[in-house]
Design a protein around this ligand. Structure first.
Ligand SMILES: [Zn+2]
Ligand SMILES: [Zn+2]
Length: 158
């Protein structure tokens, strides 16, 4: 799965507008880090973002990437996918969506469902707290891992 050029531009434009509105400085580092996330579908962790962006920006430090991601998250520009993983992974998709999570390789894939968007929230949750948003997480085995498993059963990888 890839993100279309149009969608990436749309996410970047929304990012720039929100930064301007909030008086957040739009540094080249922030732009590159957000652009990397906006173009990804796999909800990368901070280390992965760092590895990719530093190929284009060799002067970028790991610390800057971690701090930038924390800032963007605090501003609501990206979201942490939690608590699925030991290491926080980040989501640039601002549209209402849900997640398919592969229990084998950790792939996190976005999917859309109007039916799930309308899922009624049980009133019993009122005794637990107030709800800001709800997202469905479906767990399973992705197609690539399913193929690997089948291969194994047939006597190991060819
Ligand atoms: Zn998988
Ligand atoms: Zn997502």
């Amino acid at each position: 799965m890839t993100v279309s050029k149009v969608e990436i531009e749309h996410r970047v434009q929304a990012f720039v507008q929100t930064c301007r509105r909030r008086g957040l400085k739009i540094t080249p580092q922030r732009m590159e880090i957000f652009r990397e996330l906006a173009a990804s579908t796999e909800h990368p962790d901070a280390e992965t973002v760092y590895q990719r962006v530093c190929q284009r920006m060799p002067t970028l430090s790991r610390d800057t990437v971690y701090r930038t991601l924390a800032t963007l998250e605090a501003e609501g520009l990206i979201r942490k996918v939690e608590p699925l993983f030991e290491r926080a992974r980040y989501d640039p998709n601002p549209d209402r969506h849900h997640h398919f999570v592969c229990a084998v390789c950790g792939l996190v894939s976005d999917f859309y469902s109007e039916a799930l968007d309308r899922l009624p929230i049980p009133s019993s949750l009122e005794s637990v707290g107030t709800i800001d948003s709800a997202q469905v997480q479906v767990r399973g085995t992705c197609l690539a891992c399913t193929r690997d498993k089948t291969k194994m059963r047939r006597g190991g990888p060819q």
